[in-house]
Ligand binder design. Structure first.
Ligand code: ZN
Ligand code: ZN
Length: 166
């Protein structure tokens, strides 16, 4: 795995491209990217950090009528189901998925405690190991999400510099 695939975050800046991908994905499956869903996709793609449902409702409400949390949850449910958005359980927050990976692939979130940034990675090794664990318990997983909490590479560098300067 090269450095780019291990650290794939910068794509999140291109919100327009992400909305276009959402549109293409829905069209390809005969689904409708309603105005509400589209606005959720855009708000999540524009955010540098995961958004809670209420934050998201706030951003989707700007300049138009208020969007109710229930509508936001419905949109999120749809977007999670088609693989455009992930829920981060430990943050109770949502992120746009930039990776176009398979729905059955294990997603590993690397959550930074210092800056709140979230990187997403996939791990074929973890896929296999979770497969065995689930199968031996007769369990059929729907979403495979692993969340790791710690410090991102940038924050570790900052911390090291601060120690060196002290
Ligand atoms: Zn993803
Ligand atoms: Zn960080």
């Amino acid at each position: 795995m090269d450095a780019a695939s291990a650290h794939p975050v910068p794509a999140r800046h291109d919100a327009a491209a992400f909305v276009a991908r959402a549109e293409a994905l829905c069209a390809g499956r005969g689904l409708r990217l309603t105005e509400l869903r589209r606005s959720a996709v855009l708000a999540l793609a524009q955010s540098q950090t995961p958004l809670g449902a209420y934050d998201l409702a706030e951003r989707m409400s700007q300049g138009q009528r208020r969007v109710s949390p229930i509508s936001v949850y419905r949109s999120l449910e749809f977007l999670i189901e088609i693989g455009l958005v992930h829920r981060i359980a430990t943050r109770n927050a949502y992120v746009a998925c930039e990776h176009a990976h398979g729905l059955d692939e294990t997603v590993v979130f690397l959550i930074c405690r210092s800056c709140g940034g979230v990187d997403e990675a996939t791990s074929p090794a973890l896929d296999r190991s979770l497969e065995v664990t689930a199968a031996s318990n007769g369990f059929r997983p729907r979403h495979r999400i692993v969340e790791l909490e710690g410090e991102c590479a940038d924050c570790q560098k900052t911390a090291t510099t601060a120690v060196a300067l002290a």
